[in-house]
Design a protein around this ligand. Structure first.
Ligand code: M6R
Length: 606
């Protein structure tokens, strides 16, 4: 989704801006642009498509400005083309914007009535005209304050000014924005990834704040223009390794990394010697929690659904799950003894953040499970459990899904043990089983060649289905989501037992159906449902576990057998083939696997 970079320095900044925009490519975008100030002029270059294309259009020898802003845009208002790409500029200001200005139509009407001419279809352009107008009668700070007061919606902004050639103004409401500090230069970025290659010292703007960034000095203000002091935070590492290594795509690398990321996560939470789980600084007494609500979007929501089954299996806690975009607008009944858990890889998903904010405003107990520990969701929840899986660049979430499930499982195990709902023997047995997971996942990755050879059937079909029950149900949903987001073929995840209530009508000769049926307590029932779809012509790919026991069903098209583990850990293993299936299906079609069309890594608009 949209990303912002700003740099004010004593040397030309265009090359560094382009490099930072590259770091933001993972977010998903459809156009890019840059503007710098040189010799009293705003020099703007934009292009549709990738940063690579933008770079080709820039004459860096002549774009010598030492103050500049850059942007990657994910279209909301107006088609993705060069005109709608950011920055948007007048003769005196240039603006980049993440978010949505909800009252742009009214603002535009007023501005047009006093003679302003608009070039693009974007909501952002009103900011350019508004600030240009305000600067005619007010000084810089007053103009900013007056402009911010008129804007409705959510935004992060970076603005440069012809008449103030030494500074960038940043402002935040809803969408995140950070300031970075470097030697003789300072930066603005929509997230810490954008800044990590230049600095590890950053401050975050809070909602309503704005800032004036000069090369040796940064000032922060609240929404009344009162000066603020901001903490300078140190990022965990100066430059993380985002390379693809020998892989063609980040997604392939991230799937194959899972044995290591699971191992790393287990190392963080499990005391190997005592076979115990360490969750430090949990801020509440265990008996003060009698129910749990888990909230997320997309893949993160699927990990919440998985957690519901584990909570019900291991404890007597009441549990609800919710899609963040629904939760935030519903009339919720808030309960003091409820723990609200927010699950998000990026920690910046607008809907999940809004749901967290509502819970915080109602003084609820909030915890988050995130990958990016500097993110807004991590910073604003009472308690954070990181998933420790390293940067996930591919838009399709893979290792973060496994990481989210893993941390949720670990948390549930610990809580159930503290609540005395599982005894010490079972607790230790489950911890020991968990420690075997990296090796089992490693072995399951070896099913790859089979998946590769059958993936074509899924891309040629007009659609497919993924079925599962119990622990396998959320993996069925995840399998369908992965396949459709990468291969652009319709796929539906369904509880196997629900097929006869409607979707069975979709089954016809040759339609591929993935049946997830490890030999757990749901196995026999799922196999019966499998027979029902086979009888109607479906080509079934059965994903089960290795066993000497025969499968009582004829005409199974293909079978993949994962390793053996305890019933509640099968979800980790059966996830591997469905991830690989989506990857190879997209590869067959030649699509942009790491950046599927219309999607973004970090969904910062609602
Ligand atoms: O960063 P988050 O985990 O909050 O993102 C939530 C969803 O946008 C994300 O999981 C999305 O569904 C993925 N593209 C799925 O692969």
């Amino acid at each position: 989704m949209c990303g912002i970079v700003g740099i004010t320095s004593n040397k030309p900044v265009s090359v560094s801006i382009i490099n930072s925009l590259r770091k933001l490519e993972y977010r998903g975008y459809d156009s890019a642009g840059i503007a710098t100030l040189s010799n009293g002029f705003i020099n703007e270059v934009k292009s549709e498509g990738r940063v690579e294309k933008l770079e080709k259009n820039i004459d860096t020898k002549n774009m010598i400005g030492s103050v500049g802003i850059g942007h990657v845009r994910w279209a909301t208002h107006g088609v993705p083309n060069k005109i709608n790409a950011h920055p948007h500029s007048s003769e005196s200001v240039s603006v980049v914007h993440n978010g949505i200005i909800e009252n742009s139509t009214n603002l535009k009407k007023n501005l047009v009535s006093i003679g302003h001419k608009f070039k693009s279809q974007t909501d952002t352009e009103v900011i350019v005209h508004l600030i240009t107008e305000l600067l005619k009668k007010n000084d810089l700070k007053e103009s900013i304050l007056k402009m911010l007061n008129q804007l409705e919606g959510s935004f992060a902004l970076a603005i440069i000014f012809k008449d103030h050639p030494d500074l960038i103004v940043g402002a935040r409401r809803g969408s995140p924005l950070a300031v970075g500090y470097g030697p003789n230069e300072n930066y603005l970025g929509s997230d810490s990834y954008a800044l990590k290659s230049m600095t590890n010292k950053i401050s975050y703007l809070d909602d309503g704040d704005f800032c004036i960034v000069k090369k040796n000095h940064v000032e922060f203000f609240d929404n009344n223009g009162i000066k603020l002091n901001k903490k300078v935070l140190k990022l965990s590492s100066n430059e993380e390794n985002y390379g693809k290594g020998d892989y063609k795509h980040y997604m392939a690398k991230e799937i194959d990394e899972q044995p290591i990321t699971i191992k790393n996560c287990i190392k963080e939470y499990i005391d190997n010697i005592n076979n115990d789980i360490n969750i430090y600084n949990f801020p509440w007494k265990i008996n003060d929690i009698s129910s749990v609500t888990l909230i997320g979007c997309g893949t993160a929501y699927h990990s919440c659904l998985m957690a519901k089954y584990w909570i019900e299996e291991l404890s007597s806690l009441d549990v609800n799950i919710d899609i963040a975009s629904e939760f935030r607008y519903r009339k919720n009944r808030f309960k003091k003894d409820n723990l609200y858990i927010f699950v998000s890889q990026s920690g910046e998903t607008a809907d999940t953040y809004a749901a967290l904010d509502i819970c915080n405003k109602n003084k609820m107990k909030t915890a988050s499970i995130v990958n990016v520990i500097e993110s807004s969701i991590a910073r604003d929840s009472n308690f954070v459990l990181p998933i420790h899986c390293g940067p996930e660049v591919g838009v399709a979430s893979t290792k973060a899904f496994i990481g989210q499930m893993l941390v949720l499982y670990i948390l549930i195990l610990k809580i159930s043990y503290l609540r005395k709902e599982i005894d010490k023997n079972l607790y230790i047995k489950k911890i020991k089983a968990l420690k075997e997971l990296p090796e089992l996942v490693e072995k399951t990755l070896l099913t790859e060649s089979k998946i590769q050879s059958i993936s074509g059937t899924f891309t040629e079909a007009k659609g497919s289905m993924f079925l599962g029950r119990g622990f396998s149900y959320s993996i069925a949903l995840e399998g369908a989501l992965k396949l459709k987001e990468l291969s652009y073929v319709h796929a539906e995840g369904y509880p196997a037992g629900e097929m006869k209530h409607g979707p069975l009508a979709l089954i016809e000769d040759g339609i591929p159906v993935v049946v997830l049926a490890p030999r757990d307590e749901y196995y026999k029932k799922t196999i019966s449902n499998m027979q029902e779809v086979i009888a109607r012509g479906a080509k079934v790919l059965l994903i089960t576990n290795k066993s000497k026991e025969e499968i009582f069903s004829e005409n199974i098209w293909e079978k993949i057998e994962v390793e053996n583990t305890s019933n509640d850990l099968f979800p980790f293993l059966i996830t591997i083939p469905i991830q690989k299936l989506a990857y190879y299906a997209a590869l067959k079609k030649g699509y942009d696997i790491d950046k599927p069309r219309n999607l973004a890594k970090s969904v910062t608009v609602e």
